[in-house]
Every structure is written in C-alpha cells, then in structure tokens.
Design a protein around this ligand. Structure first.
Ligand code: HEC
Length: 111
C-alpha cells in the first residue's frame, strides 16, 4: 500500500511538477543563436538585416508574434517584405516549448 502510494505520488509529481511547461532560459539562449543573425547578439536589432530590436520584449507578446508568423497570420503577404523574412525563421521553433524558451530568453535580455 505504501509502495503504491509512493509510486502514485512520484508519477503525479513527474507529470505535474511544471517541468514540462516551465520555460527554460538556457534552452532559449541556444535557440536564439539563429535569431541573433538578424536581431543582433543581444537582441538589440540589426539595421543591415532589417531585424528590429526585440531585447526585453515581454514573453507573452513574443510568443503571440511567433505563433502568428508560424500560422501565417503574420508575414505571409507578398508585399510584406520584412514579415516574409521573419516567417520562415519562426518555423525553426517546432514546438510550443521552443517558442516559450526563446521568448523567455528574449525577455531576459532587456534587464
Ligand atoms: C533572416 C533574418 C531574421 C532572423 C534569422 C530572425 N528574424 Fe525575427 N524578424 C526579422 C524581421 C525582418 C522582422 C520584422 C518583421 C516585420 O516587420 O513584420 C522580425 C520580427 C520579429 C519579431 C516581431 C517583433 C515585433 O515587434 O513584433 C519577433 C518576436 C522575432 N522577429 C523573433 C525572432 C526569433 C525568436 C528568431 C529566431 C528563431 C528570429 N526572429 C530570427 C528577421 C529575422
């Protein structure tokens, strides 16, 4: 009985500990390597490649924009030159977790 309880609580903790959903800034830092090519090493922006400053942007906003680029809600119009540069980059972030991680890292760049 005790063993079963211990097992059940271990499984419960593994699933609900939040590890699966929490953002991971270190993972985000690795992902940001690609982004830095256009947004600058610290997200400060890079005019030569049209990358706007994104450092310190709040994560909820970044997450929303990355989802919009991925779904095509943003950056799919042929007249939207800058959006079209960014849209394929959002596809690199294949999971919601990756989007959360990179957004958390970008937010941390502001401070
Ligand atoms: C090829 C250059 C390039 C790369 C690489 C790139 N971006 Fe962008 N990004 C842009 C451009 C250009 C824009 C401006 C788009 C617009 O004006 O709509 C942009 C816009 C954005 C925006 C919207 C900013 C706002 O204020 O709404 C976010 C967020 C963003 N990029 C995140 C990223 C992330 C995260 C990565 C890495 C996975 C990345 N970008 C990689 C060029 C790039």
């Amino acid at each position: 009985m005790k063993l079963k309880l211990a097992l059940a609580s271990t499984i419960f903790l593994t699933i609900f500990s939040g590890n699966v959903l929490a953002q991971d800034i270190d993972a985000g830092r690795l992902l940001f390597g690609v982004c830095s090519a256009c947004h600058g090493p610290n997200g400060e922006g890079l005019q030569a490649l049209n990358g706007p400053r994104i450092a310190g942007q709040q994560a909820w906003y970044t997450i929303r924009q990355l989802q919009n680029f991925k779904s095509g809600a943003r950056g799919s119009d042929s007249r939207d030159i800058y959006g079209q540069q960014m849209a394929p980059m959002a596809q690199i972030l294949t999971t919601d977790q990756a989007i959360k991680d990179v957004a958390a890292y970008i937010e941390s760049l502001g401070s």
